[in-house]
Design a protein around this ligand. Structure first.
Ligand code: 13P
Ligand code: SF4
Length: 312
């Protein structure tokens, strides 16, 4: 962008941020943003986090309105955990292709085939699917959740890559669904090898939604929050990052003198990027789009989410 256009954009963003601050006060609203959101969204967020931290925050906030900047299933989880609050999402098109890879009918059929298994659902699932599960988990607590479940047989939905990773830490029988994250699954061994050759002093930190052979190459494997913490606390000064590029905002904030190389230019989740400041203003002004989950679905899904929040 040329200098004048950049200046205009910065001025526009300043105005939008002022308007957001005013609307937040008027509505007693809180803005929650996933680490994969655009920088401009993370800048106005009251709270930034990964899926787990955001679910926890939604459950505990005393704001009247939650503006959820992430993808649809995250907004749904917030509404399920805080049913009396208004949950707004800036753009209804922000879905998660992985969450769409499992549906209720398919899950019911699998449960019939394995009647003794307990269902552990990655939080990246719809409210309908959650209502058919025993307990949810995120990438931050998946191993602990599996161990906490009172069964030696687990149906795991929907991420086969995270399922593969988790299965290495348990003796339980895992029946793994064939879903995956379109974004993380793009990263190949060749991409990482090339980056390692280019940055020989860098450590490779990777999210377990990546393919197993890529995860195997990691100097550190963890959820988005775990990756951020590891990079902040490590003595290493340079990292190749195997997760979505929005994470760069928090990484650079925490460790401004360290270098972060994103493993490929493809590690951008287009769904996470549909939100922008204009849409945040609009949803607060118009009170929509709002998340709605039918009560009979929400009650069952809440039990599954709350069981997760209780796992220590
Ligand atoms: P976490 O937020 O648990 O790191 O999961 C990553 C992700 O892909 C969210 O959609
Ligand atoms: Fe879904 Fe992957 Fe995007 Fe997360 S990064 S919202 S799992 S598609």
């Amino acid at each position: 962008m040329e200098a004048l256009a950049l200046e205009r954009k910065a001025e526009q963003n300043r105005e939008l941020k002022e308007r957001i601050a005013q609307l937040k006060k008027e509505r007693n609203a809180i803005i929650l943003a996933h680490y994969y959101q655009r920088d401009e969204i993370q800048e106005v967020a009251d709270f930034r986090g990964d899926s787990f931290l955001l679910a926890q925050k939604a459950a505990s906030t005393d704001a009247d309105v939650i503006v959820f900047c992430g993808v649809h299933f995250m907004g749904e989880s917030a509404k399920i955990l805080a049913p009396n609050k208004t949950v707004l999402i800036p753009d209804e098109r922000a879905g998660c292709p992985m969450a769409d890879m499992v549906n209720v009918d398919g899950l019911r059929a699998l449960k019939k085939k394995h009647p003794n298994a307990k269902v552990v659902a990655y939080i990246n699932t719809s409210a309908d699917v959650k209502s058919e599960t025993d307990i949810c988990c995120t990438s931050a607590n998946a191993i602990k959740v599996i161990e906490a479940v009172d069964s030696d047989e687990i149906i795991w939905v929907p991420d086969k890559n995270l399922g593969d990773y988790v299965s290495k830490f348990t003796d339980k029988k895992m029946i793994i669904w064939e879903g995956y994250c379109n974004t993380h699954d793009m990263l190949t061994v060749k991409d990482v090898e090339e980056m390692k050759a280019q940055y020989p002093n860098a450590q490779f930190v990777v999210h377990p939604e990546c393919r197993p052979e890529v995860v195997k190459m990691g100097d550190f494997v963890g959820s988005t929050t775990a990756i951020i913490k590891y990079c902040r606390e490590s003595d290493c000064q340079e990292f190749i990052v195997g997760t979505e590029d929005g994470t760069g905002y928090q990484l650079r904030l925490d460790s401004p003198n360290k270098k972060f190389h994103f493993a490929t230019k493809y590690l951008v989740c287009p769904n996470m990027k549909v939100n922008n400041l204009k849409k945040v203003v609009k949803c607060l002004e118009t009170n929509g789009p709002q998340i709605y989950v039918p009560p009979h679905v929400a009650d069952k899904a809440r039990a599954s989410l709350e069981r997760m929040l209780q796992v220590k």
